[in-house]
Design a protein around this ligand. Structure first.
Ligand SMILES: [Zn+2]
Length: 198
């Protein structure tokens, strides 16, 4: 793992490895003892840091590392609860990034439009397929995207994608290269890490 020494370093409560703070998830203990993931880094109080993985969460919970880090007993929590909440929040970020793509009209939606854009090299950098996309169309889109090494992922369903983009059902959405697509990819990786999907 490469580490940038100029970045603040923190130890993961699970694997005990020292990593850049920015790559870890901050947790705090609420006054009533609930362990809270602080994805935006804004919650007050002492912070504890963990890799964004179920394995490190499980290790920290098993060894009661949260109680130690906060020097106070925490309410019991499971990996499912904590990871589920983090994944839910990250999914919200992904949805809001798609909403921003809609506002700035920086997206291509619908299977025909996306397939067409995939014929032009460099037109897209991320492709989101609805979970309920027809297998044939999904396969067609994936095959073209792979040739250009474009990140593809399955998220939400056709109705949800359409709603976010202010349209009727959409089975696939493409984001052109740019800051928004970059932010989306970064958040997508975090979402996949914690949700155990790929
Ligand atoms: Zn770790």
């Amino acid at each position: 793992m490469t580490q940038d020494r100029r970045q603040p370093q923190r130890t993961c409560l699970g694997c005990r490895e020292v990593k850049d703070q920015a790559r870890l998830i901050r947790f705090v203990r609420s006054p009533d003892g609930v362990i809270l993931a602080d994805l935006k880094g804004r919650l007050p109080g002492r912070g504890a840091y963990l890799c964004n993985t179920r394995d490190c969460l499980a290790a920290a919970l098993r060894r009661k590392q949260f109680d130690r880090a906060f020097q106070k007993a925490c309410q019991p929590a499971t990996v499912e609860q904590l990871a589920g909440k983090i994944a839910g929040e990250l999914l919200e970020h992904l949805v809001s990034l798609l909403g921003m793509a809609r506002k700035s009209a920086k997206f291509v939606a619908g299977s025909n439009a996306v397939l067409d854009a995939l014929n032009r090299k460099g037109a897209l950098s991320v492709v989101v397929l609805a979970r309920d996309i027809s297998p044939q169309i999904g396969e067609k889109v994936r095959r073209k995207a792979v040739l250009q090494k474009i990140v593809t992922t399955e998220l939400l369903d056709k109705a949800e994608l359409g709603r976010i983009l202010g349209r009727a059902e959409r089975s696939v959405v493409g984001l052109p290269d740019g800051k928004l697509a970059e932010a989306f990819q970064k958040e997508l990786l975090r979402y996949q890490d914690i949700s155990g999907e790929c």
